[in-house]
Write a protein that binds this ligand. Structure first.
Ligand code: PMP
Length: 433
């Protein structure tokens, strides 16, 4: 007995930098959805398959002649993939890109983000994050020893009788400017934005760019939803604005681009002066990404380059289909009084649950934001899974924007119809005594 007591470690095992970042809302809500949901519009992934050309490319890579595709490839990106990404993004940005130094492949956009924070953020550095934000930004900044500084998008009052648009969430220029100081190392930009679906306008991006240049700040530009923009809206790359290329890392994801989130292929594009440090993090952590998936994604981009701007391009087709799905969900929600904010991009929208408060009454002084309790109640009692908007806020604003939930509409028609049925039935139960 005494031996085993001695063998038991008594010193703390957890590294200090993990303090306070152990919670993850996805773990909780994914589990709830798996346990209770009949219709899952929670986590962001399509329930329809990736395009045939991409699946075929994967199968060819897997079972073709070239058995070397089962082995390691180049650490910073499979050569065919970095080459085509350099060509593709070179065309989009109007500049010559070197596949070996201006592009790096990562395990999803998630690892790209991790590399950025580890590479650039020093103990005590501040990183500006626009709220609401994809939740890992905050935790990754903290893990790198930095301090996140939040600035909210503020929702303008809707015009009479009109549905609110994601464009009605806006930065206050003075407030944004007040967050920049000599301690600011970087700003994270996510356009199109998860969870709102906001697509930042040129004017908004210029405002951010001017502040970055003025204060010599880096921009980590998470553009994983770059192809998912609607109503003829244009996705503008902040790296293409004056003074920004040299200080911006663009982050992308084959998961979102080709509806294959499980493949976990992502990338970074930027100047070598920044990417060289991402390579250092990458070679000391993940080192290498799955070769077959990279080969297939390379072929997907090859096809898309050939079809660029043509009706058959997946980058044209996908947003067209998603726009229709968005409109269905907007209609379903609007019909039952769960007011949707119409997104201009991404496959998410947030909806106002205020009119449903009689079903899930508020608990004053509860630590848990109202929308979180509402989303849990909804999945348990109605079988419909969504994510509370407060999960995308930190601190002060968590309780200001606590009456919205986020839905993902990258779903089959049958799934959206099933969601509509649940909402309709719920509405009937509410109105009939
Ligand atoms: N950034 C944003 C804004 C996202 O929504 C996601 C996925 N939900 C990611 C990054 C991560 O992408 P990946 O799956 O390619 O790692």
């Amino acid at each position: 007995l005494s031996l085993s007591l001695q063998a038991k470690m008594s010193r703390p095992v957890q590294a200090q930098r993990l303090e306070g970042i152990d919670k993850n809302i996805w773990v909780e809500f994914v589990k709830l959805a798996a346990t209770y949901s009949m219709v899952n519009l929670g986590q962001g992934f399509p329930d329809f398959p990736p395009p045939d050309f991409l699946r075929e490319a994967f199968m060819r890579a897997l079972s073709g002649e070239n058995h070397m595709l089962h082995q390691y490839t180049r650490a910073f990106g499979h050569p065919p993939l970095v080459k085509i990404l350099a060509q593709f993004f070179g065309k989009l940005l109007g500049r010559d890109l070197d596949p070996m130094t201006n592009v790096m492949v990562t395990v999803g956009a998630y690892q790209a983000l991790f590399c950025c924070f580890q590479a650039f953020v020093e103990e005590g550095d501040e990183v500006i994050i626009i709220e609401p934000f994809f939740d890992c930004y905050e935790q990754m900044v903290k893990m790198a020893g930095g301090t996140p500084v939040f600035v909210p998008l503020r929702l303008k009052a809707p015009k009479d009788g009109k549905l609110t648009s994601s464009a009605d969430w806006q930065l206050d220029p003075t407030e944004l400017a007040s967050k920049f100081s000599e301690r600011t190392k970087a700003i994270v930009l996510n356009s199109p934005n998860n969870p709102l679906g906001k697509v930042f306008s040129r004017g908004e991006l210029e405002l951010i760019a001017d502040l970055c240049v003025k204060h010599d700040v880096l921009c980590i530009s998470d553009e994983v939803y770059e192809w998912l923009v609607y109503d003829g809206k244009e996705h503008i790359r902040i790296a293409s604005l004056r003074g920004m290329w040299d200080r911006t890392v663009i982050i992308g994801s084959a998961g979102k681009t080709f509806s294959a989130t499980g493949w976990k292929v992502g990338w970074t594009v930027g100047p070598n002066r920044l990417l060289q440090h991402l390579r250092t993090v990458h070679q000391n952590s993940v080192y290498h990404c799955a070769t077959v998936a990279q080969e297939a994604v390379a072929q997907g981009f090859q096809r898309e380059l050939e079809l660029y701007g043509k009706p058959d391009s997946y980058f044209i087709q996908l947003p067209k289909e998603l726009q229709q799905k968005r409109d269905w969900l907007v209609q379903s929600l609007d019909a039952v009084g769960m007011k949707p904010i119409v997104p201009e991009g991404t496959y998410f929208l947030v909806a106002d649950i205020s009119e449903f408060k009689s079903d899930v009454p508020d608990v004053p002084d509860s630590d848990e934001p109202y929308d979180s309790r509402f989303a849990k109640w909804m999945v348990k009692n109605k079988g419909l899974a969504a994510i509370p908007l407060s999960a995308f806020y930190c601190g002060a604003h968590k309780n200001k924007y606590n009456h919205f939930i986020r839905f993902c509409f990258a779903k089959e028609e049958a799934t959206l119809k099933a969601a509509n049925d649940i909402l309709q039935k719920w509405k009937q139960e509410k109105t009939s005594p």
